[in-house]
Design a protein around this ligand. Structure first.
Ligand SMILES: NC(=O)c1ccc[n+]([C@@H]2O[C@H](COP(=O)([O-])OP(=O)(O)OC[C@H]3O[C@@H](n4cnc5c(N)ncnc54)[C@H](OP(=O)(O)O)[C@@H]3O)[C@@H](O)[C@H]2O)c1
Length: 337
């Protein structure tokens, strides 16, 4: 194996999409506990462009040191090529998917023909969906799942002192902001599957799409500020988040909860406590067991991952340009085969 190369998308400096280079890179070698996967498709997520840009959106003390050249990405679907001797539960030739090493930083990442994956982060690909749909799922679906259904780990929460606790959804009214995006379109479906009434907030072009996914009501945020027209909500999932997320506090009933998926910049703790509203967030973590569980829902069609657009791995820069234009409906994926 020593000396083998592969094609990968790497960057040697921070910057815009133009810093992404499709080039030869060393093929990663498996360490104990790992599986080598021949990648068929890659899912694109916001942390990919945060890294590409140099984590400008993070406070300086949170910005990790990045060892260049670096390969981007976390979400893959592919076929097992080799396994470390101590790995059981997978075999060469298995179709698998994963969110690789998030939030930790590892030597082998997703925008490549091969990636090594800790076996604990891997699950069998749902047989009923193809590699592109499977690669589109992990980060967005694990985020929605860990916020809404089950955290799935006891690691310290980097975003708040308390462990994040999902809340019951059955019979509740749930407002989802950013409903058409990667996390949002899955959050809509999870809330409906668990028996909630869903109000989806997105731009007008996504209304039919979101109603088809189950949204009971739709608010076009370009025409109407949701916080001016809704009250008595049980749970707001704000998949846009950031400093403006506090505007949703007044839409919630006492005892309700606001879950900002991107909570940095939130400054409404005092108002939340006066209103009797809980505000809670967490950072998504890789979890193979949860991917196996949600994989059954993907396989059954209970949850559906929708693809916004597809690009060849060599055109990763174009995929990032697409992301920068915004209004993403579902997920952007890269084809590797
Ligand atoms: N906590 C975690 O561990 C975690 C994990 C994953 C993602 N995140 C964060 O969660 C956020 C969402 O991620 P994602 O993958 O779902 O992103 P995404 O796929 O880019 O989706 C964002 C969606 O928000 C909509 N939007 C933009 N501005 C809006 C506004 N003002 N009001 C309502 N909707 C708006 C966009 O479409 P329209 O404008 O056309 O409606 C788009 O559909 C990102 O900030 C990401 O960093 C956090």
């Amino acid at each position: 194996m020593v000396g083998k190369t592969m094609k990968a998308v790497r960057q040697h400096e921070f910057g815009g999409p133009e810093v992404l280079r499709y080039e030869d890179a060393p093929r990663p070698e498996i360490q104990p506990g790992e599986v080598l996967v021949r990648v068929h498709a890659v899912g694109v997520n916001p942390p990919d462009w945060y890294l590409r840009d140099g984590y400008k959106m993070l406070p300086p003390e949170w910005q990790p040191q990045v060892p260049f050249p670096v390969i981007l990405g976390t979400d893959i679907s592919g076929v097992v090529e080799a396994l470390a001797d101590d790995v059981s539960g997978f075999s060469v030739g298995d179709e698998v998917y994963a969110m690789v090493r998030f939030p930790s930083f590892g030597p082998s990442k997703a925008y490549a023909e091969y990636v090594t994956v800790p076996a604990t982060e891997l699950a069998l690909k749902p047989p009923g969906i193809d590699h592109q749909h499977a690669a589109a799922a992990p980060m967005s679906l694990l985020t929605a799942w860990q916020f809404m259904i089950e955290l799935g780990h006891d690691e310290p929460n980097p975003l708040q002192p308390a462990k994040h606790q999902p809340v019951p959804l059955q019979g509740k009214t749930v407002l989802i902001n950013g409903a058409a995006g990667g996390v949002g379109h899955l959050a809509v479906q999870i809330a409906k599957w668990r028996g909630a009434r869903v109000i989806a907030v997105a731009s007008a072009e996504h209304e039919a799409f979101l109603r088809e996914l189950g949204a009971d009501e739709f608010i076009d945020y370009t025409q109407t500020d949701a916080e001016e027209v809704v009250r008595d909500i049980d749970l707001v999932i704000d998949a846009v988040g950031g400093p403006n997320t506090g505007r949703f506090l007044r839409t919630l009933k006492r005892g309700g909860a606001l879950f900002p998926i991107f909570p940095l910049g939130f400054s409404g703790a005092e108002e939340a406590s006066q209103l009797g509203v809980a505000v809670s967030a967490t950072q998504v973590r890789s979890n193979g067991a949860q991917l196996a569980e949600v994989g059954r829902l993907l396989d059954a069609g209970t949850l559906r991952v929708v693809i916004d657009s597809r690009f060849a791995l060599a055109d990763a820069a174009k995929a990032h340009e697409r992301a920068a234009r915004g209004h993403i409906r579902g997920k952007i994926v890269l084809r590797v085969d």
